[in-house]
Every structure is written in structure tokens, then in C-alpha cells.
Design a binder for this molecule. Structure first.
Ligand code: UNU
Ligand code: FES
Ligand code: FE
Length: 448
């Protein structure tokens, strides 16, 4: 990479070049070095519960089939025929023992093996080695409390090492709550924005909530409505920001389980979470039980974002430098009454669905920050990421690099520190190497 691209991100000084949001060469590097090495969200076990159940989804610009095997494992394959490269499975979900290509009829088992080739003996003279023509398999698949992630690089750390310090904050809701489920199939839509605009927003931008979403907050009375229009400054003790070694990060807004949901859901959701918090306190202690009942805005590096409590769960898949396919699922607790799950799913569509009234607020900003990179002068200028710089603490009261303030850019800097390591590395070994002093880099960062 050119020297300039190496300097795309400068978290030491809280700056980065605007063109990172609109450069096709940068996207090509991302597909190889970020999407090619990271753990990417695929689906949830509740969506493919039975043998043979499959979904077709995206990993970056690649389409993959995710299939539940006879032994209960999950495998993922490129959705591409080994013969001429036609799309193998044209459906978005189903149940199948195998897949037959529509072009010449090569047939694959859902294990990925090439099993049937028309006129095999007659046209290949028995010389076609089927074993060498299995579907291209995603190197690793792991299940985190029902959430299934895949990685193209077999040298990656395990998913739980990849989550690093974030795991301590996520486990109360994802594991100790008794488990979650995703309601699919996901809504899918295209936005004219770079995929990172959304990922960086969810990783830790509590700053925009009161302003960007002012009218949404006033329209749908929620636990966040007091933030509307920035009418009151953020109080001390409102929340935290956390980041981790490989860029995953989150923001905590204390005691705000009902999140973005309007008044029709606040009482039922807060009551639900209050009872469960009390049960959890005995199991995992009061501090982490409180985290369960708080609101977490999160991005699992690089492109999987969610809001706990609010129940919004998304992936951001690049199509090109300024087009992103957004996938949206509803996330609920497994043991919630069916009726409550349905009301939450409706509310997620109203707020953060394809034309949700929160989602549209955000997308206007994402699209404008992407569009402005068309300006040659503008795209070579730096952006500012200095908020709260110098106040980040490593392994203090909490694990990870943490700032005890609801609003700041701690998780943003942590995300782009990791991004910079990935984009300039050619292997997981190099990512690890460039990340060994990650916490020092972040805690010693200074404004230029
Ligand atoms: O980052 C967000 N989209 C968000 C953060 C939403 C609600 C609360 C905090
Ligand atoms: Fe944040 Fe303009 S105030 S982008
Ligand atoms: Fe937003």
C-alpha cells in the first residue's frame, strides 16, 4: 500500500482521512485484509434449527450458503458452482439435502461435496475428480450463544478471543439471560453509503442520538426521550464506552433496557428486565446484572452491529465503496412471551427497519458523509476524532479500554486502531503483532 494509505488512520492523534469513506482501492484492501480475516456474522441457530435448514447470506461481497449438517454442525460455502461459477442456490432460505446448479446440473450435497455430474463417465471419461471440486468452504464457523459467525482465515483466533474484553459486557445479555433468538428472515435494503459509516456509528456514537434523532425521540416517547434536541447535557454516570484489542466496541447507557421502543412497550420491557436483573444478580453479581438491564450499542468488528434491549441486530455488507446492503433482524430473549416478541419485532421495523423512523435519520447522515468524499479536496482532508482523548483507562474498574462517560469517541478510536492494523497486515500473525500494544496506543493518544 502507498504511504498515504498507511496514514489513512492516525488514532494516536485522533484523525483519519475522509476518503476512507469513498475510495474503491480502500474497499479492495478491506475485502482482502478486513473481511478476509475477521469473524463475520452469518445467522442464528434459531433460524436454521433442523438438519438441512439453510440460509443464503453475505460475507462482504461474497454470497454464502449456511447449512445445518446431519450431525448438527453448521457449515458455510461460497454460493458459486465450481464448474462455470453460476449462482448455485437462488433461494434465500429453505431445507435441502443438496443443491443442483441451474446451468449444467452439477449436484452438491449440503456437505459441500460434488455428488452428481450429468454424463460423468461419457463426457469426462471417468477422469473428473469429484473430491477436488467440492464447494469452497468457509474455513471456520463458530457458535456464540446461538449466534453463528464464520471466518475465511483458518489462522484467526477463536471467536471468544476475538471478542476479547467485550465478552465480559456481552455475556450477561447473550448468555446469562437464558439466551436469545433472532427473528428472521432479515429485511434487506441498499443504502448509498460506505459500510463503515454505519459500523462506526453503532460502535460508540451516543453523541448523535439527541440531535440526529431529536424528532424520532419526541415522536416516540422512549426512555431516551429526555435526550431529545440535546436539551439537557449528558449527566455523569449516564454510561460508559468500551473498546477491545480487535476493534469490537460498545457503549453502555445504564438502566435503559427498553431502549428506542415507544411508550407502548416501556412498562412491559422494563418490568421484564427488572425481574430478570434480580435473578441474575444472584448468579453473576449486581454489577453485571445491571449491565444486562442496560442498553448496549455495539459493533462486533467489522460489520455486525446491534442494540441490546432495543432488539435491533444488523450487518452492513459492502456492495461497492458507496453502496451498502443492510440486513436487519429482531433480537429477543428466548423465554419472553410470544406476544411480547411480536410487539418488539413490530417496533424494530417501525424504528430501525428498512424505512424505520430512526434508521432514516441515520441514513441521511451516512449518505451525506459518503457523498462528500466525491470532492477531491475534501476527501484528502482529515476528520476529527479527539473527543475524550486522554481519558481512556485500561483494565481499571472494568475490563478493556474504557471511558466512564456516555458520550465520547473511545470505541470509535478503538475500532479504527484495529482497522488500521488489519488493513496494513498480511496475516493474522501481523495483525496480532501490530495489536500487541493496542491499549497503550489508545490510552496514550494525544491531540496533535
Ligand atoms: O448508536 C446508536 N445507534 C445508538 C446509541 C442508539 C441508541 C442509543 C445509543
Ligand atoms: Fe458531526 Fe457534522 S457535527 S458530522
Ligand atoms: Fe442513530
Amino acid at each position: 500500500m502507498s504511504n498515504q494509505e498507511e496514514n489513512l488512520i492516525d488514532v494516536n492523534h485522533g484523525t483519519q482521512l475522509h476518503k476512507m469513506h469513498g475510495d474503491q482501492k480502500v474497499l479492495e484492501q478491506e475485502l482482502e485484509n478486513v473481511f478476509g480475516r475477521s469473524w463475520l456474522f452469518l445467522t442464528h441457530e434459531s433460524i436454521i434449527p433442523n438438519h438441512g435448514d439453510y440460509v443464503v447470506t453475505k460475507m462482504g461481497t461474497d454470497e454464502v450458503i449456511v447449512s445445518r449438517q446431519e450431525n448438527g454442525d453448521v457449515k458455510a460455502f461460497l454460493n458459486v458452482c465450481r464448474h462455470r461459477g453460476a449462482q448455485l442456490c437462488p433461494h434465500e432460505a429453505g431445507n435441502a439435502k443438496g443443491f443442483v446448479c441451474s446451468y449444467h446440473g452439477w449436484g452438491y450435497g449440503n456437505t459441500g461435496e460434488l455428488q452428481a455430474v450429468p454424463f460423468d463417465k461419457e463426457v469426462y471419461g471417468g477422469l473428473l475428480d469429484k473430491c477436488k471440486n467440492s464447494l469452497h468452504e468457509v474455513a471456520k464457523v463458530e457458535n456464540y450463544n446461538g449466534f453463528i459467525y464464520g471466518c475465511f482465515d483458518e489462522n484467526s483466533p477463536s471467536f471468544s478471543d476475538y471478542l476479547g474484553d467485550l465478552k465480559w459486557f456481552l455475556d450477561p445479555y447473550f448468555e446469562h439471560s437464558g439466551g436469545l433468538e433472532l427473528i428472521g428472515p432479515p429485511a434487506r435494503c441498499l443504502i448509498k453509503a460506505n459500510w463503515k459509516c454505519s459500523a462506526e456509528n453503532f460502535v460508540g456514537d451516543a453523541y448523535h442520538v439527541g440531535w440526529t434523532h431529536a424528532s424520532a425521540l419526541r415522536t416516540g416517547e422512549s426512555v431516551f426521550t429526555p435526550l431529545a434536541g440535546n436539551s439537557t447535557p449528558p449527566t455523569e454516570g449516564l454510561g460508559l464506552q468500551i473498546t477491545s484489542k480487535f476493534g469490537s466496541g460498545l457503549g453502555v447507557l445504564w438502566d435503559a433496557y427498553a431502549g428506542i421502543h415507544d411508550s407502548s412497550l416501556i412498562n412491559d420491557m422494563m418490568q421484564w428486565a427488572t425481574i430478570k436483573e434480580q435473578q441474575l444478580a444472584e448468579k453473576i453479581g449486581a454489577d453485571r446484572a445491571r449491565i444486562y438491564r442496560s442498553h448496549l450499542n455495539t459493533t462486533i468488528f467489522p460489520n455486525n452491529s446491534f442494540l441490546t434491549g432495543s432488539g435491533v441486530f444488523k450487518t452492513w455488507q459492502p456492495i461497492d465503496k458507496d453502496t451498502t446492503e443492510v440486513f436487519t433482524w429482531t433480537m429477543v430473549e428466548k423465554d419472553m412471551p410470544e406476544e411480547l416478541k411480536q410487539r418488539i419485532a413490530m417496533s424494530v421495523q417501525r424504528t430501525f427497519g428498512v424505512a424505520g423512523y430512526w434508521e432514516s435519520d441515520d441514513n441521511d447522515n451516512m449518505e451525506s458523509e459518503t457523498y462528500m468524499t466525491k470532492g477531491f479536496q475534501a476527501r484528502n482532508k482529515n476528520l476529527n476524532a479527539q473527543m475524550g482523548i486522554g481519558n481512556d483507562v485500561y483494565n481499571g474498574k472494568y475490563p478493556g479500554v474504557v471511558c466512564e462517560s456516555a458520550i465520547g469517541e473511545t470505541s470509535y478510536r478503538g475500532y479504527y486502531r484495529a482497522y488500521s492494523a488489519f488493513i496494513n497486515a498480511n496475516s493474522w500473525h501481523e495483525i496480532e503483532d501490530k495489536s500487541s500494544n493496542w491499549a497503550d496506543i489508545l490510552t496514550n493518544a494525544k491531540t496533535k
